[in-house]
Design a protein around this ligand. Structure first.
Ligand code: COA
Length: 320
């Protein structure tokens, strides 16, 4: 049986930046409120001509280049996204065509903000079982297309972007374990309605709705539990983890998970201040940043975790 190893990372952020100050001009909010409650100062927003797949394409090409792998060698593409280009075909399928390849399996995973962690878990199982040799695993989101810019509960929080990894069958240890969970009883706390149905019935576009405070409370409890579960599954101690790469939803949620791990904030990769919450893209965006700036090094142990609408949550422990 093979291991699955991350051999390259890549990411993309749209050029346009929207600062908290902008929201002061359109909503009853303030830079101070947004920063104090979330840790966010700005977020990137895609241009008219861009899409989830166009961002994923750039992130994927960066990851392929870093891994020294040609797109034609990829036999599995999984995109974690909740803001796909189309209802179908999948963004993964559209991306595959943009990368100039065909034939391999390509599909999306819809697990809200846990989309990348779920996609990584699935690709890991494919590779370990011999069903794929070289996979592209991506988190990509055009959140700005599903936000209501008159709703201060949501629009100040989310941003756009894409992150990617190349995952290859390897004899060396790579992904040590992945963990995925869900609990649909919370579906009304964070959701986007079906756009097709909504357009038909009331002519409105479907937008994200969130009961932030309730989401916050469950997220903190659940993420603490998954840290324990992940360490126990690997018989590792908190001190064995070199880096925490969390989903970037709220700096206060991230700090409480770091505290649970006894991890100083210098060992936590943070992008939230400049990127906001990019849903499924946030973990691979943070990973790529920390790999490229030299913080995360080969051989180090990285704990990734995420939580999102469903609720769905998950983690991955990875030897880089
Ligand atoms: N600017 C100013 N005031 C705002 C605001 C904004 N952008 N958004 C909400 N408020 C107001 C609320 O209306 C409320 O006012 P009220 O007391 O008059 O009713 C007040 O601020 C407090 O709201 P609350 O929701 O309790 O704030 P909070 O401290 O929980 O912070 C979040 C809100 C969204 C930042 C926080 O709950 C959070 O991050 N939740 C988790 C989000 C998350 O993880 N989501 C995705 C998972 S992927």
């Amino acid at each position: 049986m093979f291991n699955a190893k991350i051999t390259g990372t890549g990411s993309y952020l749209p050029e346009k930046i929207v600062t908290n100050k902008y929201f002061e001009s359109i909503l009853d909010t303030s830079d101070e409120w947004i920063y104090a409650r979330t840790g966010i100062k700005q977020r990137h927003v895609i241009a008219e001509h861009e899409s989830t797949s166009s961002m994923a394409e750039i992130a994927a090409n960066n990851a392929l280049q870093a891994a020294g792998v040609d797109a034609s060698e990829i036999d599995l593409i999984i995109v974690g996204t909740s803001s796909p280009d189309r209802v179908f075909p999948s963004t993964a399928c559209i991306l595959q065509n943009k990368l100039g390849t065909k034939g391999g399996a390509a599909f999306d995973v819809q697990a809200a903000c846990s989309g990348f962690v779920y996609a990584l878990g699935i690709a890991n199982q494919f590779i370990k079982a011999g069903g794929a040799k070289k996979a592209l695993v991506i988190g990509a989101e055009a959140n700005s297309r599903i936000l209501d810019y008159s709703d201060r509960n949501t629009c100040v929080i989310f941003g756009d972007g894409a992150g990617a990894v190349v995952l290859e069958a390897s004899e060396e240890p790579g992904i040590l374990s992945t963990h995925m969970h869900s609990d649909g009883q919370y579906q009304d706390l964070l959701y986007v309605n079906n756009p097709i149905k909504d357009q038909k019935h009331d002519g409105d576009q479907a937008f994200m709705t969130m009961q932030g405070n309730d989401v916050y409370k469950v997220a903190v409890k659940t993420l603490s539990r998954i840290v324990d579960e992940t360490l126990e599954a690997n018989k590792l101690l908190k001190s064995d983890v070199d880096w925490l790469i969390p989903h970037q939803a709220n700096i206060r949620i991230i700090s409480s998970v770091a505290k649970k791990l006894n991890m100083p904030m210098e060992r936590v990769v943070l992008t939230i201040e400049n990127q906001g919450n990019t849903s499924a893209a946030s973990v691979p965006l943070a990973l790529d940043q920390a790999v490229r700036d030299g913080r995360v090094k080969k051989g180090e142990i990285v704990l990734m975790e995420a939580f999102g609408g469903g609720f769905v949550w998950g983690s991955a422990l990875v030897k880089m």
